[in-house]
Design a protein around this ligand. Sequence first.
Ligand code: NIG
Ligand code: FE
Length: 411
Amino acid sequence: MSGPAGPGRLLIRDLEQLATPRGSGAPLRGPALGDVEVIEDAFVLTDGDRIAGVGRMADLRPLDGDVEELDGRGRCAVPGLVDCHTHACFGGDRVEEFALRAAGAGYEELHAAGGGIRSTVLATREAGEEGLREAVGRHHAWMLRAGTTTFESKSGYGLDRETELASLRVIVEEGGIPTWLGAHAVPPEVGDADAYLDFALRDVLPEAARLAEAADVFLERGAFDATQARRYLDACRDAGLALRLHGDQFTEAGAIPLAIELGARSVDHLEATGDGGVRALAGSEVVGVLLPASALFLDRPMPPARALVDAGAAVALATDFNPGSAFCESLPLVCSLAATQLHLSPAEALAAVTANAAHVVGRAGRKGRLARGYDADVVLLDAPDWRYLAYHLGGPVVAETIVAGVPTRLG
Ligand code: NIG
Ligand code: FE
């Protein structure tokens, strides 16, 4: 007996516009980053979980057989958004800390006093695997409403064997792309960072490498230094994981040279990156992942995005969704911040949350574009022009999110 039928064909018709990064390369950089193909009066045809065709309504041939139709009038289609950097697996919240910060307390100061990330570690351990599954499911639902059809999520709030592995399992079960952030902070029960890495690499890495696709480290004062980060990443690479780094968030502590030397997929944050770092990154294959919602949430300087793009670096944009430094799941809002704070064009922002973000999570051939053969992940914007994605600051710009050919029906 066969199982339930999968999605059939879906015709999204009479769209005001369809916008997608041109061509098939990734990561995009330089002028190619801002080269968006726009089709007016367009359609998207999906067949099962793939895109069967896109084009102008005038060129649409009659379709035989069963085809579900979706009215695209007043709407624009863009590729399903790819959030390549989130921390969606955590227990509790940090709303109390948020209020303290609003009253003047510093993020690093709270962390140094045992709050911050470490307070989420306690709540995450407390939540248990079922509680974490519910939390990731809730966060995933928020992301879908904001147009995110593919999300990466890091572990990193367990920092013991059981909770790190449970985190990776629930991220996979909830449809996320798992990254082992085994070096996020030193947990309270361990004396120092080196002793913690002894434990993590010996007792957690072998199983984490079976569950995760990538590894990540927080290279920063008060977390892990460059020597410790190198040790962690070397071991993770040897275990078959792709490499990512949190770097240059508060200080330049060697993240960019290390990322380049180790052939990492990305180095993320970059709020503190200076001219030398910009030049080095631009001359490399490593993608700079910009997280402007995090800079905004912490009232920190924005990363030097314009300088990076002008120097030829490949950049992606992501939310950094997490309870402490960016309680924000909205990539459209990130695109607004990219245009208003990072001085990227709406076209550059679109490529940074689609084709380039797909590259960062190792899915450039399947996700991040509206073109035949790509996954049928589509966002319909409630807008007469696709640039409302960045223009409609904080507004309900996402009308519908289609995942693998299935509308999630926001109403
Ligand atoms: O990417 N900077 C390190 N990690 C997260 C924040 C984690 C937290 O505050 O809970 C980030 O900003
Ligand atoms: Fe992060």
